[in-house]
Each structure stands twice: as C-alpha cells, then as structure tokens.
Design a protein around this ligand. Structure first.
Ligand code: FAD
Length: 307
C-alpha cells in the first residue's frame, strides 16, 4: 500500500513541489544523492574509487517533456564524460542513462532518445568507458530494448538493465546473454500491473534467481544490482559454479545503501560498482528509494519534524 502510494507520489507534480520545498528535505537527499553539480559527483566518485570501488554516474532526470531539456541532459553527460576522459577515471567509472530523460516520451521520442544516446555513447568511447541504459516504467521496456539493439551495433559494450519483477525477465535475459553483452539485473523499482509483473516479494526473488542462472551460464557480463544479502550470496555461488573469475561479473549497489557491504565485497576481491546519482532532478529517484524501505520514510519524516 505504502509502496504504491510513494510510487504514485513519485509521478505527482503536487507532491513533488511539497517535498522539494520542505526546508529539511536536503538532509535526506544527501544520503542517497552525491550533490547537484558534476564537481560534487566527481568528488564522491574519487573517494569511492580510492576505496577500491567502481562507479556508474547517473545525471538525475527523467520523463523529459521538452526537446530542449533532453538536449541539456545530453550535454551534461557529454561534459561529465569529457571530465572523466581528462582525469583518466574512465577505466573505473561508466555512466547510467535514462532514455526518458533523453526524450523517449516526446513525439517521435524513440528516435530523439536514440540520437541523444548515440552522442553519449560516442563521448563514453572517447573517455575509454561505456554506457548502461537504465530500465524504467514497464511501458518503455520494448522501446528501450530496441534502442539498445541499435546502439550495440556501433557500441557493443552498451549495457542493458533487466528488472526481475517483469514476467518476461527470464526471456529477456536469455536473449541478452550473448558474447560481449553487459546486463544489469535488478528487482525493479517502478509500479507495474500484475499482468506484466510479479508483485509478491518471494516471486520476484525467485525470478531474480532464475535470471541469474541464465546470465551466469551465458557468455555475457552479468552485473548483479541488489543489496539483498541472500541474492548476493547466491550470485557468488553461481559465479563459482560457472567458473567465473572475480573479473567475469560484478556486484552493483546504490550510493548510500549498505556502504559497508560494498567495501567488504571489494576487499574480498570482488568487483563492486556504486551507482552515484547527482543533479538537481532528485525527486523521482528519492521517492523510489523511500518506497523500497519504510525505514527510510521514517528517517525522512523524523528529519522534517525534528527542526
Ligand atoms: P530489497 O529486497 O529491496 O532490499 C534488500 C535489502 O537491501 C534491504 O533489506 C535493505 O537492507 C537494503 N535496501 C534496499 N533498498 C534500500 C533503500 N532504499 N534504503 C536502504 N536500504 C535498502 N531499478 C529499476 O527499475 N531500473 C533500473 O535501471 C535500476 N537500476 C539500478 C541500479 C543499481 C546499481 C541498483 C543497486 C539498483 C537499481 N534499481 C533499478 C533498483 C532496484 O530495482 C531495486 O528497487 C533496489 O535495488 C532495491 O532492491 P534490492 O535488490 O536491493 O532488494
């Protein structure tokens, strides 16, 4: 119930204004978001890299409604990647991109998003790194997979995300588990109807394990995006079973969530990538993090009440 409410709020303009103007929201935001500027993001990134972690930067923004806004976000990614190239950090940092931020929902949006994503992929290649296409609301999945196919022709290292809550997740993984393919597997953070997605936690977890088996047995590079201790353990065991060395897959977690576990895995020799969001458009991202965990909502409300 609460999760559905928060996910609905993540798309509501009224709730957005209320949360954005609440005086102490920022205390909560900084727990999950590196800051508003590219400099903030790079500072956090450098610290995580010096701790032995890898990064994927996300310039926050989604559901873009104007072509100019899509253009601005594309430019911001190019700027970030130019800086990564200059600092030589490209080997330890990549970028995550939401196609709705690049214009996917505009008229003729798939074409616009593809062209913008091409520009970002070109900048990523110049910086010696790659791009992963985040997966968003279920209504955008087919379009995002079509864009991925186009991009991979020119930029084969472009990564995909599969959400285990989708009933078709295992089928998507089977299609994507080919040579050179980078696939991030996550549970799924959006609201999706029963007809297309599992909604019970245990069903989602079972789907995650089925997908993991397909990806680990395949020829691609699995990226296990989860904080769930049981799934992390199963992932490690499956990697061993399929003879994958630590460099043959990676764990991924969100900035600010289970940071000690991120370090523990990295110190054991695993590759661990932290998803580092930054920018001014943090609202939708924050609401999804609150929806995942009621304890975060309590923390948020307490921080508002205690001032
Ligand atoms: P859960 O069962 O939700 O959590 C397991 C444990 O992790 C919890 O018990 C708690 O200890 C900890 N935890 C989880 N969430 C939180 C939180 N918000 N705050 C504090 N502790 C928490 N989803 C998409 O739909 N599309 C994407 O493109 C996408 N990309 C992602 C990229 C990365 C690197 C990661 C890590 C997640 C991504 N997600 C994406 C989000 C994902 O789908 C889940 O919503 C999110 O990771 C929570 O699921 P979980 O697997 O951690 O398991």
């Amino acid at each position: 119930m609460l999760r559905q409410f928060l996910l609905a709020a993540s798309r509501s303009g009224g709730a957005r204004r209320l949360v954005e103007t609440a005086p102490y929201t920022r205390n909560v935001v900084t727990r999950f978001v590196a800051g508003e500027s590219v400099a903030d993001a790079l500072t956090v990134g450098d610290r995580l890299i010096s701790d032995g972690l890898l990064i994927t930067f996300d310039h926050l923004g989604e559901d873009t409604v104007e072509t100019a806004q899509a253009e601005t976000i594309t430019g911001r990614y190019e700027d970030l990647l130019t800086r990564l190239a200059a600092s030589g950090t490209g080997t330890r940092a990549e970028v995550s991109v939401k196609l709705t931020a690049l214009g996917q929902l505009l008229d003729d949006g798939e074409k616009i998003a593809l062209e913008n994503a091409r520009r970002i992929c070109a900048a990523a290649r110049d910086a010696g790194t790659t791009v992963t296409l985040d997966m968003e609301d279920h209504t955008t999945v087919d379009s995002t997979l079509r864009v991925l196919t186009e991009l991979r022709e020119e930029y084969p290292g472009t990564g995909a995300v599969i959400q285990a809550y989708l009933r078709r997740a295992e089928e998507y993984c089977a299609t994507l588990a080919d040579e050179g393919s980078r696939v991030r597997l996550c549970k799924g953070a959006y609201s999706a109807p029963d007809s297309v997605a599992f909604t019970a936690r245990d069903e989602i977890d079972k789907s995650y394990v089925r997908c993991l088996k397909v990806l680990m047995a395949g020829r691609g590079y699995p990226m296990l995006a989860t904080h769930d201790p049981r799934l992390i353990e199963i992932g490690g065991s499956l990697a061993g079973l399929h003879g994958r060395e630590p460099g043959g897959f990676e764990y991924q977690m969100l900035y600010g969530i289970r940071p000690n576990e991120q370090l523990r895995l990295a110190r054991q020799g695993a590759q661990v990538r932290v998803y580092v969001p930054y920018g001014e458009e943090w609202y939708g991202y924050l609401m999804r993090r609150l929806a995942e965990r009621p304890a975060n909502l309590g923390f948020f409300l307490r921080s508002l009440a205690s001032r």
